[in-house]
Design a binder for this molecule. Structure first.
Ligand code: DC
Length: 220
């Protein structure tokens, strides 16, 4: 099976790009952030604080997360409920960043991710894919962009959905999220030694997809 790992900070365009590539290459797209978001959604719904490691550990025993594909789109099933429609907001994203620091949370999800990659050709994106989840991936790409550019992209995405938001606040959230993701003890976000660095600050989606295809072609 061919495994392609894409890591990078929030808002770098990983999921948009990975989805496009998966479609073009006929691979399965695995969005690991959505799994951490589903866990975070469960904690929020049960009023469990991100600081309360004991309650988080206990809650993990009651969380069952599985993945299904519907029309090529990944669906995250949390204890039997499809939560795709409720995990894509800043509250859940920030909670996912805060609670993904716990090894007990990561262990469950890493196992699930590794099982998926054994069975299928996958493009998997996240923070620790090239370093921890798929250390032997055929291709590893570290996709990044400046915090200003990433904040503007997220701002455009949210306002196009009719949400009212503040650009400076979004950039601050992104900077805080980067800091947490890069400085946690377990599986922090970092570029794997054998990953190719791609900065998308000055590229549009088509430009990034083209560059990625070149990188993949040269390695697979
Ligand atoms: O990619 P995303 O914004 O949907 O991810 C939400 C959070 O989940 C992110 O801030 C950190 C965490 N995460 C992680 O720790 N490891 C992954 N492989 C993917 C996401």
């Amino acid at each position: 099976m061919i495994n392609i790992a894409i890591d990078g900070p929030a808002g770098a365009g990983k999921s948009t790009i990975a989805k496009r590539l998966a479609k073009e290459l006929g691979y399965i797209y695995v969005d690991t952030g959505a799994m951490y978001r589903a866990m975070a959604y469960y904690f929020l719904k049960n009023h469990i604080s991100a600081e309360d490691e004991n309650r988080i550990a206990a809650a993990c025993e009651h969380v069952d997360i599985t993945i299904r594909y519907q029309d090529g789109e990944q669906q995250v099933i949390l204890n039997g409920e499809n939560v795709n429609g409720v995990i894509r907001n800043e509250e859940v994203g920030n909670m996912a960043s805060s609670t993904s620091v716990y090894p007990v949370v990561r262990k469950k999800l890493v196992e699930l991710q590794q099982q998926l990659a054994v069975k299928e050709n996958v493009i998997m994106d996240g923070r620790d894919i090239g370093t921890v989840v798929l250390p032997n991936a055929d291709v590893k790409i570290y996709l990044t962009a400046s915090s200003k550019v990433r904040a503007k992209r997220r701002y455009d995405e949210l306002t196009s959905k009719g949400e009212v938001c503040d650009l400076d606040q979004i950039e601050q959230d992104i900077i805080d999220r980067d800091y947490r993701d890069m400085n946690r003890e377990t599986s922090p976000l970092k570029q794997a030694d054998d990953a190719v660095l791609l900065d998308s600050s000055d590229l549009d989606i088509d430009g990034v997809v083209e560059k990625m295809k070149e990188i993949i072609k040269s390695r697979v």
